[in-house]
Design a protein around this ligand. Sequence first.
Ligand code: ES4
Ligand code: ZN
Length: 325
Amino acid sequence: PELASFARGLPKAELHLHLEGTLEPDMMFALAQRNGLTLPYSDVAAVKAAYDFTDLTSFLAVYYPAMGVLQTADDFHDLAWAYLLKAKEQGVVHAELFFDPQAHTGRGIPFGTVIGGYRRAIVRAEAELGISAELILCFLRDLSAEHAMSTLLEALPYRHWIIGVGLDSDERDNPPAKFAAVFERARAEGFLVTMHCDIDQPGSIEHIRQALEFGVDRIDHGTNIVEDPALVATVLERGIGLTCCPVSNSFVTEQMKSDEIVSLLRAGVRVTINSDDPAYFGGYVGDNYVALADQAGLSASDLVELARNSFHASWLTPARRSAYL
Ligand code: ES4
Ligand code: ZN
């Protein structure tokens, strides 16, 4: 119990969080009502019952339809603000937040509405909560590379609000190489780059290899790297962070992958602990520290090392990073 409150109170950065994955059932109902929409669920309990995932595909099948309640800039603001309030309680002092613009522009919501609402919550969090936050634009890898490229171009007028780009959604048959031109262009425009290499997805190791060959600045999940010592040596040498999400892992694969996470930590890899889609998987970032600590028998100093890694692996400027180290 003391270790749990220590874990939640520890100042930390959250680096792997999908804003759309913070949509709690009660907010889903509130936004549906505000926007005059009818949900395919009778009440909050029915929504929670639907959150019975066995793998990434069954999760995504619930996740995308739920986003339909997000329509106005206020909706996007309210979603991000609710997350930032919870993050504050979990010890988060800095957050780098994924958003999926294609999941909204594809249903007619303008890019500017999405990012405008999110940005307003970030500015407010800085002022009212003392939390700094940045946005990372994620491309949906199950859509085409052309769609990703046009989304990147649509984002350019807002580039001062976007620190980097990522790659998420259904990984099967959608390797990093499919998006080589998009990421080259993103890098040329000055964005940092990260990519999901999800746990135990088909092609995990090959996807990690491609991501490193491209020269990513970070890898999301990436835990399968334990299978290949040469790739582990590469991330060690380059100081590449891995954004692991133990509670999410336990939904997608029925295991937190704590042995893999801890062995990478012991090897000196910049392993970080994050929440991924907390409204769906039922644990915010401090809860993920606690779950991993319980499962793997971690000590307080292990948790401090994980929190320090979160700042090392973050995209804070060196001056701001050093204030937390
Ligand atoms: C995601 Cl767990 C996971 N994997 C891939 N894409 C995602 N988007 C939101 N959560
Ligand atoms: Zn993720």
